[in-house]
Ligand binder design. Structure first.
Ligand code: GDP
Ligand code: MG
Length: 753
């Protein structure tokens, strides 16, 4: 025989043994104790019994009946439970409060056709009423009936055969309570089809009176009872059949017919299967279902994972004598459970997502945005898993609450996923721009190494395409389908825009590089050609000319030749520049600015070349050469051998004066024809309107071109100042004098020899 239940200290469930130890629940769990306290360990028990994840796939049965009518014994036989039963010798009340246990016979109790007991049957053994110990205490009877009706699908009414027909008996009192309490529930819960099955198990059924007759007697009594109770307004004409279905079963005497008792118990147990309503059958006769007793309409629709919380709430209302409002209780339960499920689901979501969030935050903090691999997959998986898990569990609860909480969950996940998505786009943007710029530069460098004949425009186009594809790929792989925020058109457009800006900047750089190359070319060309012109000055016979008039036209047009060389060289350079620049898609404005800069810089190159040639030493040397050439050679270019008869002085004076004319000539850059400075201002042209400050920044000012510089074109074209000219004149004359003296001496010397 089963051992005694664990001793319960008043209301202190937690103090009794280890409540998470399955051994603590040998007799099931005491849901309500004799002090009407609800046991907080109910949920633990349901978890241990693996009922919690069952959803709606569980069933609740309560047993009712007078004290010591073998209720616990019956349940133990039907469901393999171990509810305490009264020992034959003591005859004392054993079941106290309400006990609950899971069916232990589900697996073993099956028929040949494969039909077996329903899954997860939970049985509540309710303390018997009208017990000797409780006397006239109707309070607990009422409360436990209310509790059982609010939760159970099937109420087993345990009754002795000899009690049938005893209308005044204790059982009728109990049933009256059940009916009243049921109506009470219906007042608040009019919209739910709240049906229950009253399953009469007639004990010590002898069989002399057929079960059918007992059944009729009972149904008649119940109808009479129903008629006698006062019904709330609107329900006056209702019948018990509006709320209850009935079934009957006779069980033989356990002690006298032990074998039959066991056999019939097993047969009866098999009735506890899932069933469905058969419209052809007659409910009034107790025939209505096909299959087992559990019709879907009996189910209270409380998901298994919310059952203990719901039961506790219900009991709390009952025990405090509050009106039991099931819809409200269900809504409260939904809120509680949906919140709980939401929190659970968010734990899984956090596990999948937090690492990415941390990584992204850290990368941003370090200023090194990083495209996170696997982010899209993780986000999609985490989101759908969270929503699916939430849906699976929470959708069983009150629809309105569920939908509200689902939206809340979606808000929570999506706020974070959206931030991650945008972080990813931002990282793709930043690293993409950086990579693009690097790639273009690298390709240009390679092109330069290979001889510089690369197509800049093609490089930029190719890298732009690659870059856009990469961005799109990252964005696409991070999209979370079915969300409104997973759109990146705008970001893509922004990215494309910045690529274009970077391209323009790189093209400007490329233009600069091209410009420097062309400038260097100008420099070397001018260095050579202008150098030759200056060298020619050293020869008094340069360019050939009429010696008679003592003036050489070639010297007079020196600057014209320099200017022409300059203009032609730069024109050539401009052609080179334009050709190359147009090959990399530079705009007309960009080319204009480039040419304008080229002209200005070229002028600088020429100016520097002139200055180099005209340092005092260089110039003095040239003047001296020029003079000696004129003095020492005759018109045919034959060196003179001075004789005393020669007009050395005359020749000297002419040569010296001729060379001296070079000083004012060289002092100013002037064209012979107009004796005005070359039209440098017109030649350079106006600053193009598209030139940026950056374009002008590194350009030295040019007198007469940049008006606001306060320097005139005249000044720009002045190569030697007055002081230098005078100094040069004096020094040249001294040098010339030396040559003259030397010539004089050699003439005399020649004579003496
Ligand atoms: P409960 O108080 O209704 O739960 O009754 P119990 O299951 O504790 O049983 C009360 C007493 O009735 C025990 O002494 C049982 O042995 C006895 N009993 C159990 N089943 C039967 C039965 O089928 N017929 C009779 N006459 N006695 C039974
Ligand atoms: Mg009992």
């Amino acid at each position: 025989s089963p051992t005694a239940p664990p001793i319960m200290a008043n209301g202190h469930f937690a103090a009794v043994g280890d409540q998470s130890d399955p051994a603590a629940y040998e007799h099931g769990v005491q849901v309500i104790d004799e002090n009407k306290e609800f046991n907080p360990n109910l949920s633990k028990y349901l978890s241990l019994e693996d009922v919690t994840p069952a959803g709606f796939n569980y069933h609740l049965i309560s047993v009712f009946g007078s004290q010591s009518t073998g209720k616990s014994t019956l349940l133990n036989h039907l469901f393999g439970t171990q509810f305490s039963v009264m020992s034959e010798r003591e005859r004392r009340q054993t079941t106290k409060g309400i006990w609950l246990s899971k069916n232990k016979k589900q697996a073993e109790n099956s028929e040949a056709d494969g039909s077996r007991m329903a899954d997860n049957i939970l049985v509540m053994d309710v303390e018997g009423t009208d017990g000797r110990e409780r006397g006239e205490d109707q309070d607990f009877e009422r409360k436990s009936a209310l509790f059982a009706l609010a939760t159970s699908e099937v109420l087993i009414v345990n009754i002795w055969e000899h009690q049938v027909g005893l209308y005044q008996g204790a059982n009728m009192g109990l049933l009256k309570t059940v009916f009243e309490v049921n109506l009470q529930l219906f007042l608040k819960d009019k919209h739910t089809t709240h049906r229950s099955l009253l399953f009469f198990v007639i004990r010590d059924f002898v069989g002399t009176t057929p079960l059918k007759n007992l059944q009729n007697t009972l149904l008649e009594d119940l109808s009479r009872l129903w008629a006698s109770i006062s019904k709330p307004a609107g329900l006056e004409n209702s019948t018990i059949h509006d709320y209850f279905d009935f079934q009957f079963y006779g069980l033989p005497h356990k002690a006298y017919q032990p074998d039959q008792f066991v056999a019939e118990s097993n047969k009866l147990g098999l009735r506890f299967r899932d069933g469905h309503r058969d419209p052809k059958r007659d409910a009034l006769k107790g025939e209505f279902s096909e299959g087992g007793v559990f019709l879907p309409e009996y189910h209270r629709r409380i998901p298994a994972d919310g059952f203990s919380h719901y039961a506790e709430g219900i009991w709390d209302q009952i025990v405090n004598n509050k009106d039991l409002d099931l819809p409200t209780q269900q809504e409260l339960l939904a809120q509680f459970r949906c919140d709980e499920i939401l929190r659970e689901v968010m734990i899984g979501f956090d596990e999948a997502i937090t690492a990415f969030e941390d990584k992204q935050t850290e990368a941003v903090r370090l200023g090194a945005p990083e495209v996170l691999g696997g982010l899209g997959v993780a986000m999609r998986a985490a989101r759908s898993k969270a929503l699916k898990n939430f849906e699976t569990e929470a959708s069983r609860y009150h629809k309105g609450v569920y939908q509200r909480k689902r939206a809340e969950l979606e808000g929570k996940t999506d706020t974070r996923l959206k931030a991650l998505f945008h972080g990813q786009l931002s990282a793709a943007h930043k690293s993409g721009i950086r990579d693009f710029s690097d790639s273009v530069s690298a390709a240009v460098k390679t092109g330069q190494k290979k001889g510089g004949n690369y197509d800049f425009a093609e490089i930029v186009n190719h890298e732009t395409k690659t870059s856009l594809e990469k961005f799109d790929e990252v964005a696409r792989s991070t999209v979370v389908e079915g969300t409104s925020w997973s759109d990146y058109k705008q970001e893509l457009a922004l990215y494309e825009k910045e690529l274009a800006e970077v391209s323009a900047r790189l093209r400007r750089d490329e233009m600069r590089r091209l410009a420097s190359r062309v400038e260097r070319w100008v420099q070397s060309r001018l260095g050579e050609s202008v150098g030759l012109e200056f060298n020619a000055l050293g020869s008094g016979r340069a360019g050939g000319g009429a010696p008679e008039n003592g003036e050489k036209p070639s010297e007079k047009t020196f600057w014209d030749r320099v200017w022409n060389l300059f203009v032609e060289t730069v024109l050539d350079a401009e052609r080179r520049f334009t050709d190359r620049a147009s090959s990399f898609d530079a705009s007309l404005e960009e080319v204009d600015v480039g040419l304008w800069r080229l002209r200005r810089k070229s002028w600088g190159v020429l100016r520097a070349k002139i200055e180099e040639e005209m340092t005092e030493g260089n110039l003095l040397l040239k003047l001296r050469e020029n003079f000696e050439d004129k003095f020492r050679y005759d018109e045919e270019g034959v060196p003179r051998i001075w004789r005393p008869t020669d007009d050395i002085e005359g020749i000297y004076t002419r040569a010296r004066e001729s060379t001296l004319t070079l000083i004012p000539l060289l002092s100013r850059f002037r064209l012979a024809e107009t004796s005005a400075p070359p039209p440098l201002d017109r030649w350079v042209g106006h600053t193009p309107s598209s030139a940026t400050p950056a374009d002008e920044e590194d350009l030295p000012p040019i007198g007469g071109v940049d008006e606001d510089e306060g320097k005139s074109l005249e000044e720009e074209m002045t190569i030697l100042g007055d002081a230098k000219r005078q100094d040069l004149t004096v020094r040249f004359k001294k040098a010339a004098d030396g040559v003259y003296v030397e010539a004089k001496r050699s003439a005399i010397g020649g004579m003496t020899q």
